[in-house]
Design a protein around this ligand. Structure first.
Ligand code: SAM
Length: 195
């Protein structure tokens, strides 16, 4: 199997919930500073979609940041991940700010009454696992308010610079304006505005 084939194979592999613990460690908190990311992207009282939330590493920081009047929708394909989010957020007294939602592989599938109500959508280390990124980005565009923010990050070990540029162009074709492209710790990252 060539390097390219290996990469594209791993690209669509869904993260195994057996290893969910690895995604929520003190070291990861120290390196990624989800609290600082939340301060940068989330306004208190806002509505956030944490797509591909896994075991809630970013959900926690977003839920702390939105405060009592905000709301975080934590969406994932795998019920095991959502169960971990619910257990953890309840333990930490944050569950009343969080709604968990199970996606289907080909669609987020949130109810239409939520369209145009989100201030922020994030897709952190997940788009390479999704079979139809164009549909995903279009759904983000539908769910976000005009002027809302989409934060997108991918690990370079799985997504090359060229592939990431391709995804940026795809997001632009789905109703987003690129605001900045940078690094999120050692990962590729882009911030978009819903136009
Ligand atoms: C590598 S984990 C990242 C989790 C989290 N964003 C983090 O960085 O801690 C990717 C997550 O995306 C979820 N996922 C993969 N494909 C998905 C899809 N089509 N829809 C929703 N979630 C998906 C997986 O179940 C997994 O929990």
């Amino acid at each position: 199997m060539s390097v390219m084939e290996k990469t594209s194979h791993r690209q669509h592999e869904v993260f195994d919930p057996k290893h969910a613990d690895h995604l929520d460690t003190p070291l990861r908190r120290f390196l990624y500073r989800p609290d600082r990311l939340a301060e940068r992207l989330v306004a208190p009282g806002g509505r956030v979609l944490d797509f591909g939330c896994g075991p809630g590493f970013f959900t926690r920081a977003f839920a702390q940041r939105v405060g009592e009047t905000g709301q975080v929708f934590s969406a994932d394909l795998q019920e095991e991940m959502l169960a971990i989010v619910r257990e953890k957020m309840a333990r930490e007294g944050l569950m009343h700010r969080v709604t968990t939602h199970r996606c289907r592989p080909d669609t987020i599938g949130l109810p239409a009454e939520l369209n145009g109500t989100f201030d922020l959508a994030t897709a952190i280390f997940v788009v390479h696992e999704v079979p139809d990124p164009e549909r995903l980005f279009s759904e983000f565009a539908t769910l976000l308010k005009k002027g809302g923010t989409f934060f997108f990050s991918e690990p370079p070990i799985l997504v090359s610079g060229r592939e990431f540029s391709g995804k940026i162009a795809l997001a632009e074709s789905c109703g987003f304006r690129l605001v900045s492209r940078s690094w999120y710790f050692v990962n590729r990252a882009a911030v978009f505005e819903r136009v």
